[in-house]
Design a protein around this ligand. Structure first.
Ligand SMILES: Cc1cc2nc3c(=O)[nH]c(=O)nc-3n(C[C@H](O)[C@H](O)[C@H](O)COP(=O)(O)OP(=O)(O)OC[C@H]3O[C@@H](n4cnc5c(N)ncnc54)[C@H](O)[C@@H]3O)c2cc1C
Length: 461
């Protein structure tokens, strides 16, 4: 068992950082799962505090042919941080310094364990802004965001993590440290390794330092809440807004199931009789945002939406708390809900919502939908409980149809949660054999011994 490699006496090649290692049963348990509800069995947890320590641990594991699983906060939805048996969990939460906020060059330099929301707060104090805002921003790490290419509600206007990563410092599996990119906004020397590593789910290398592009904080933000008596009116409002020439910074969608779940979870004052709801934000200069908000309100009203505006910071915060509570609220109702993260071209949202309704009827399972409708990214929750064996089977059976419909509508089976363990068997539905072959070959170049987060992302051979 890999565990023994840390314990051998008189081993010339003993584990280099015993003081950073934890192997107690309780500790191993805490690091054995993430937000996907999958679970593994690590042999040890190692918490390095700098790049040199990361390099020592990874190079040691490479010599011993022991799997290494980098881990941020463990909020991943697809099992990316779940260890294969006997892996070392490389927990990066101790490398959590904001190293520099360089206002002259509009670049923030951070370690991977910095919590996304902490960077946001520090920047806002200085009138600055880092747009990628996963709903988990108050607890997920920037290293995890890089590895998953995380998105968030503001992606419709500002893009996702990859659009802000200017450079990375990474540790390769043999312990070499490599820089890609840096502080410049442009760089076309050689292949774009930064972009390759963003979204690589810890399967190529360990990210140890991150250079992020930052923006000035927008002058004004207006938040609107629109409720509907039919799902169709909400879906058509999304298409009409996105084709109207206005780019809201947020265009979030919640169906009846999400609204009711969130209300019974936290009593946020959302209208429980509504069939659907849109949470919309516009930002920019004071005059521009008022005009945009008026235009959006009139589009939504023309499609029978009831529009209200968050009057103050408190009501805006409360709406966002409700939005961020959807996922935990749904888990409380059905602990084993299957959470998919599909994305379609945004004009096809009405079609995918209809297809999801059909699937729900066909498989006799409740499907609750919410998400970043502005960029076509819907979180599809097939509500189920493993204890109801028969229902759980039907729920699992519906997943392939959900993906089939998504791909038929020119979408993708994962908008922002990655592949990890939970989606790897479906990857072949979207990628060609050649595409998978090239990706595997790239992995081999970075990681010839296959120690970096093995068993993830690719379908089994
Ligand atoms: C309630 C809730 C809401 C969410 N909302 C969103 C959302 O709106 N948008 C979105 O995109 N995601 C969302 N997520 C998913 C999740 O928060 C993101 O994927 C996030 O980026 C994971 O960060 P983490 O620090 O928790 O990473 P982990 O879960 O610890 O790890 C995720 C992956 O990154 C790898 N990794 C971590 N750190 C490093 C590193 N330094 N170097 C190399 N690889 C590394 C791991 O090996 C793993 O494969 C949500 C999750 C929850 C629970």
């Amino acid at each position: 068992m890999a565990f023994n490699i840390f314990r051998k006496k008189n081993d010339d090649d003993a584990f280099p950082l015993p003081e950073r290692m934890m192997t107690e049963k309780e500790e191993l348990f805490c690091y054995s799962f993430d937000a996907s509800s999958m679970q593994g069995e690590p042999s040890a947890i190692v918490k390095p505090v700098n790049t040199s320590e990361v390099a020592q641990v990874v190079a040691f594991a490479n010599r011993k042919l022991t799997p290494v699983v980098p881990r941020g906060a463990g909020t991943g939805m697809t099992g990316g941080a779940v260890p294969v048996k006997d892996a070392i969990i490389l927990s990066l939460d101790g490398m959590n310094s904001i190293l520099d906020i360089d206002e002259r060059n509009m670049v923030a330099v951070v370690e991977p364990g910095v919590i996304n929301g902490h960077l946001q707060e520090r920047l806002e104090e200085k009138g600055l802004f880092y747009p990628p805002d996963p709903a988990s921003m108050n607890f997920c790490t920037l290293g995890g965001n890089i590895a998953e290419n995380a998105g968030g509600p503001r992606a419709i206007k500002y893009g996702v993590t990859k659009d802000y990563v200017l450079g990375l410092e990474v540790v390769l599996p043999d312990g070499r440290v490599m820089m890609t990119g840096g502080k410049t906004y442009k760089n076309v020397v050689g292949y774009d390794l930064t972009r390759l590593i963003v979204g690589s789910e810890g399967t190529l290398c360990v990210v140890t330092k991150i250079f992020l592009k930052i923006l000035p904080l927008p002058e004004e933000t207006i938040t609107l809440l629109i409720t509907y008596s039919t799902l169709n009116d909400a879906a058509f409002s999304v298409s009409k807004i996105t084709s109207s020439g206005i780019t809201p910074r947020v265009l979030e969608f919640m169906d009846k199931g999400s609204i009711q779940a969130v209300e019974s979870y936290g009593h946020y004052g959302l209208p429980q009789d509504a069939e659907a709801m849109l949470l919309i934000e516009v930002d920019g200069s004071l005059t521009a945002v008022s005009e945009d908000a008026d235009k959006i309100a009139s589009i939504c009203t023309s499609l029978n939406g009831r529009v209200s505006i968050a009057e103050d910071i408190y009501s805006r915060k409360r709406l966002w708390e409700a939005r961020r509570a959807i996922s935990p609220a749904l888990y409380r109702i059905r602990p084993n809900k299957i959470n998919e993260d599909i994305v379609v071209p945004r004009g096809r949202i009405p079609e995918i919502l209809q297809a999801l309704r059909d699937i729900s009827e066909r498989y006799r399972v409740q499907i609750v939908n919410f998400g970043h409708a502005g960029d076509g990214n819907i979180h599809v929750n097939v509500m189920t409980d493993k204890n109801d064996f028969e229902e759980y089977g039907r729920a699992k059976g519906s997943v392939k149809d959900i993906f089939r419909e998504t791909l038929r509508l020119e979408g993708s089976i994962s908008g922002e949660h990655g592949v990890g363990l939970t989606k790897k068997q479906y990857v072949g539905m979207e990628l060609s054999d050649t595409g998978i072959e090239i990706m595997k070959a790239v992995k081999k170049v970075f990681d010839p011994n296959g120690i970096m987060n093995p068993g993830k992302m690719f379908p089994a051979d």
